[in-house]
Write a protein that binds this ligand. Structure first.
Ligand SMILES: [Zn+2]
Length: 222
């Protein structure tokens, strides 16, 4: 088994071009530790890397990726909860100021939920994980009034809003949102066009990020 050639080529390019530019930043981060102000929760999809989309330097974004950018509701049990551990670390140790849930168009996880939900033989993990978006799907009402592609697109956005709600079920996050130490924001990246839209709680819709730069867009804890 060889190390993937594509990764080796990319690493060589990094060492020759970006590392010299970032060397002092890496050195400082190693000495002082990371202090990112933003956490981004996004999909594993290879097309939606937040460091690329937001032109981020090392140490700037604390990233959590999972299939379809979901957060299960707060549920402290003896089981292992990777998403909750990352949230606790970001909110309570790093004290990030913003958590951005970024969904995207053409999400395979969302499509899997719609296409797999009635199949008798569930897979080991994806179907169970994607069942988290059942409430978001139900919130959209009758599906047959939309084309499949419009329904998937609406569900991708509804799932972001439901995930923001789930974030507020974590006591440590709710407390920080209520006293304005932490903002919860929803965003949606269109893979085909590169357009970023942002959730506007006052309208319940998504608008181009340029239009919302001066507006209060953090969701409130219920
Ligand atoms: Zn996805």
């Amino acid at each position: 088994m060889k190390f993937p050639a594509r990764l080796f080529e990319g690493y060589r390019t990094f060492v020759n071009t970006r590392l010299p530019l970032e060397r002092s930043r890496y050195h400082t981060l190693a000495e002082t530790g990371q202090r990112p102000e933003v956490m981004v929760i996004c999909c594993c999809d290879s097309r939606v890397s937040p460091e690329v989309i937001f032109d981020a330097h090392p140490g700037e974004i604390f990233v959590l990726r999972n299939v379809a950018n979901l957060v299960p509701p707060y549920n402290p049990t003896g089981l292992t909860h990777g998403v909750s551990a990352a949230l606790e670390f970001a909110a309570e140790i790093l004290e990030v100021k913003h958590i951005v849930v970024m969904g995207h168009s053409h999400c395979g996880g969302i499509r899997a939920f719609v296409e797999h939900r009635d199949r008798p033989n569930k897979g080991d993990f994806i179907d169970n994980w994607m069942s988290l978006i059942a409430p978001a799907a139900a919130s959209l009402g009758a599906e047959d009034v939309l084309t499949r592609s419009d329904f998937l697109s609406a569900l991708e956005r509804a799932s972001i809003v439901a995930t923001l709600d789930n974030l507020t079920t974590f006591p440590g996050i709710r407390e920080r949102v209520n006293d304005h130490r932490l903002q919860l924001v929803g965003a949606y990246f269109d893979v085909a066009t590169g357009q970023l839209t942002v959730y506007d709680p006052s309208s319940g819709g998504f608008a181009p990020v340029e239009n919302l730069m001066t507006r209060q867009i953090s969701v409130t804890a219920k």
